[in-house]
Design a protein around this ligand. Sequence first.
Ligand code: HEM
Length: 181
Amino acid sequence: MKAIIVRAIADLVKEKFGRDKWEEILEKSGYPKGYYFLTSQDIDDGKVMGIIGSTCEVLNAPLDKVIDLFGIYWVSIFAPKFYTDLFKKFTSARDMLTKMNSIHTMIVQNTVNARPPAIEYNWQDKNTLIMTYKSERGLIDLFVALIKGVGVYFKENIEVSKVDERNVKVVFPQPQQQPGF
Ligand code: HEM
C-alpha cells in the first residue's frame, strides 16, 4: 500500500495524542525513532497492518475505533490538504461518493503499484445508495469509515451502515436529483 496511508496515521496520532505516542508506535512496529515515510513509497500491506496493530496497543484502543478515527481523519482532514484541487471539484457528499470509483481508477493510472478498491453503485431510491466494495484486501470497515468521513467533510448528516462484508448503505438527508434520473 502507498505510504501516504501511514503518513496520515502518523499525523493523526501526533495531532490528537502527541508525538511521543507516534514514536512508541514506530518502535513497536520495528522502525527506528523519527522514521519518516515518503508518500510515494510502497509499504507491504502486512507492515501497514502491523502499524495499525501497534497503534491500537499504544493508544489502548480497539481496532474498530482506530479504523473509524483514521477513515474519518483521512477524508475530512488529511486528504483535502494533499489533493486540494481534487477536493475543490466536489460539491456535496453525494457528488464526492458517486465519483470515488472513477477517482480511484484515475489514481491507479497515475501511481505506480497502487491497487485501490473498485466501487459499484446501486440506488434503492433517490436518497438511498448501496455502495459495493470490491477489493481482495477485505477492508470493509475502513470503507465504512471513509464514507462517514465524506459526511463529516461536507458537514452533512448522512446515515452510513454496513449491510454485509461487501455492501454499505448510505442515506442522504436532502431530497435531490441524482445524475441519470
Ligand atoms: C479524494 C479522496 C481519496 C483519495 C485521493 C483516495 C486515494 C486512495 C489511495 C492512494 C489508496 C491506496 C491504494 C494503494 O496503495 O494500493 C486508497 C485506498 C483505499 N480507498 Fe481511497 N481515496 C480517497 C477517498 C476514499 C473514499 C471516500 C473511500 C470510500 C468510499 C475510499 C476507499 C478506499 C479503501 C477502502 C482503500 C483501501 C484499499 C483497499 O481496500 O483495497 N477512498 N485510496
